[in-house]
Design a protein around this ligand. Structure first.
Ligand SMILES: *[C@@H]1O[C@H](CO)[C@@H](O)[C@H](O)[C@H]1NC(C)=O
Ligand SMILES: *[C@@H]1O[C@H](CO)[C@@H](O)[C@H](O)[C@H]1NC(C)=O
Ligand SMILES: *[C@@H]1O[C@H](CO)[C@@H](O)[C@H](O)[C@H]1NC(C)=O
Length: 592
């Protein structure tokens, strides 16, 4: 069965033209084949088979004579401690693909259990294409488990021929790189547009992409007059200039939310420029977000995201993040986001609710922590007043932290019983933020509770990291996309003010810490973070009463008591996902 599957992919892609620039890949997406660039000279294609729980992968790369090419997975993009399938050619010009893992020193070791299956390859001129399949979970302890959320794909290319793989080092590669993608994404049937649907492209205009690694470019657009009438967004997706697929890292469209008659300066320049007008700062309500490796986001057929209308400010800002690690010079770019819009409104307006932690310094992460967690609660009292009787249907989710976030999960609780996870990303990266479609919509009823937990790595920080807006502060947010639109827009928490005051008083009186300041930040900054104090802070956050933000979209609080409230209890937590690794002979081999 799997064999046939590979042949199909092999035919579709291996049979294609020999040009590497196959990025305008709409046809591929239709066949369930997705792609992400690996640097400027290679592309990673894949298709997922949920029945056999495996991914069929195909890599195209520009090869010098007898190059070897390793492609693999690692937790956060590191080359060491990674799991590879390595294509290499021996002195008899025999091409092979082997399963290997890199140890702490970056040395490749062959796996006793070989899991890069159904290998095939083809070479024409200087392009080499190879395909193989890989189970999500191979049950080999040296192999990466492919799961939902972000996958970091690492690749290495070096000079061959080789006499053996063993002993090869990551540092032997002549070039290397890392790309992030959502490997196990949900493919959806191509939707049908109403006859009046039209496309709107919001692009930058011939930007000279600087020869530095990171550039954020901002351009304000005014939406056309036709959007004086309310429309629905049915889809948004990338409109990338051909040839720049490896440069455009992520893009967002921000609505300049304000009164309909507010004028926003037509800024067009680096987002962090000193002369960026103050008036553009209101452009921060996310309308669309795309990241490299993602497909277009398609709204479910019942719903569309409202845009336009008489009370709608028609200014938006496009932000393009260019990632140029090869420091290429002279690239000109006119990429952006393409919307599909209609004035034939669908049955339901889509909406967005913010879950997680309030943007406040009431919560903090001590320095030098490998895995510190903070949780933001949307308690059942808030969904009780905020959601319609029949509930809401969540179809998309955008997880968000700043630089130290490495894992995000939102749990879903009904009457004390935990339901399947609403969304999670065990390999989260702040550099790969997109709005993701859930595998299937999740219905949340009034009275349900949602707990969003973020895990942070502050190993590189000397000072405490506070909650807040600055990029050096932290956030823990899940923007859930749902229908039908309802009043509730913010359902977030922080530790209650009383509990925090009591904690600082305790630190002063019993731990002799300088925590009698007015400002919360000064108190957190004054604490000397010993192991015991870190553990105590974590326990405090887990147990203390909450201050809730249960707000409507007009910024007002929904009726209720929101200060000093308890988190909704979880009496029946979900058990961890079961692995299907019953083949003890294989496991036995591994544990030798
Ligand atoms: C590969 O071949 C194409 C066409 O023959 C050529 O334009 C290109 O420069 C070659 N690339 C490399 C890296 O040799
Ligand atoms: C850490 O805090 C100290 C004292 O508040 C401050 O002087 C220093 O600049 C901070 N370091 C960093 C890296 O923020
Ligand atoms: C929620 O509403 C209150 C009262 O209007 C306001 O003070 C607070 O800033 C709001 N919170 C958020 C996150 O919008």
């Amino acid at each position: 069965m799997k064999y046939i599957f590979v042949l199909i992919l092999a035919k579709i892609i291996l049979g294609l033209s020999d040009h590497i620039s196959t990025h305008s890949n709409k046809a591929y997406e239709k066949n369930g084949v997705h792609s992400v660039p690996l640097g400027s000279e290679s592309t990673f294609y894949w298709r997922t088979d949920y029945t056999s729980e495996s991914v069929t992968i195909e890599v195209h790369f520009v090869a010098e004579e007898s190059s070897w090419f390793a492609v693999g997975f690692s937790n956060y993009g590191e080359f060491k401690h990674a799991d590879y399938c390595v294509l290499w050619i021996d002195w008899h010009r025999h091409m092979q693909l082997q399963d290997a893992w890199a140890d702490e020193d970056g040395e490749l070791n062959l796996d006793q259990q070989q899991d890069c299956e159904s290998f095939d390859w083809k070479q024409r001129d200087n392009i080499t294409k190879f395909t193989f399949s890989r189970k999500f979970d191979t049950c080999d302890n040296h192999d990466y488990i492919i799961e939902r959320g972000t996958t970091h794909i690492v690749w290495l290319k070096g000079q061959g021929p080789l006499s053996s793989l063993a002993g090869l080092r990551v540092s032997d590669a002549k070039s290397s790189g890392m790309s992030r993608t959502e490997l196990l994404r949900t493919s959806h049937p191509a939707p049908e547009w109403p006859s009046d649907a039209w496309e709107l492209e919001l692009l930058v205009n011939r930007i000279k992409v600087p020869n530095r690694e990171t550039t954020y470019w901002c351009r304000v657009h005014k939406l056309p007059d036709s959007l004086k009438q309310k429309h629905h967004i049915l889809q948004f997706g990338p409109a990338i200039q051909t040839g720049n697929e490896h440069l455009v890292h992520h893009m967002e469209i921000f609505h300049c939310a304000g009164l309909a008659n507010i004028q926003v300066p037509h800024y067009n320049g680096p987002c962090d420029a000193a002369d960026r007008p103050e008036g553009t700062q209101i452009c921060k309500k996310v309308l669309a977000a795309w990241a490299m490796g993602a497909d277009a986001f398609v709204y479910p057929k019942e719903t569309g995201l409202p845009i336009g209308g008489t009370n709608f400010n028609r200014y938006v800002m496009l932000e393009v993040h260019y990632n140029n690690p090869e420091l290429q010079d002279g690239n000109i770019d006119s990429s952006g986001i393409r919307f599909v819009l209609t004035k034939s409104l669908r049955r339901y307006d889509a909406g967005v609710i913010e879950l997680g932690l309030e943007y406040t310094d009431k919560m903090a992460i001590p320095p030098n922590q490998e895995s510190f967690t903070l949780s933001g609660h949307c308690i059942s009292e808030c969904t009780g007043v905020g959601l319609p009787q029949s509930g809401i249907h969540i179809f998309g989710s955008q997880l968000h932290t700043h630089l130290t976030g490495k894992r995000v999960v939102t749990r879903h609780i009904r009457d004390g019983k935990e339901l399947p996870l609403l969304n999670y990303d065990n390999h989260y990266s702040t550099h790969f933020q997109e709005i993701r479609l859930l595998p299937k919509p999740v219905t949340v009823l009034p009275g349900d509770a949602l707990i969003t937990t973020c895990t942070y790595d502050t190993k590189n920080r000397k000072n405490v990291t506070l909650g807040g807006f600055a990029i050096s502060d932290e956030m823990c947010v899940n923007y859930i996309h749902y229908y039908p639109n309802t009043r509730l827009e913010v359902c977030k928490s922080a530790i209650s003010n009383d509990a925090l005051r009591t904690y600082f008083r305790y630190m002063r009186d019993w731990e002799n810490q300088p925590t009698s300041n007015e400002a919360i930040s000064a108190n957190y900054n004054g604490i000397e973070w010993t192991k015991v104090r870190v553990a105590a802070l974590h326990d405090l956050y887990e147990a203390a009463p909450l201050g809730m933000q249960c707000n409507a979209s007009d910024g007002s609080r929904l009726p209720g008591l929101w200060e000093n409230v308890a988190a909704s209890p979880v009496s029946l937590p979900l058990s961890p996902p079961a692995r299907d690794c019953t083949d003890f002979t294989k496991n036995g081999l591994e544990s030798e």
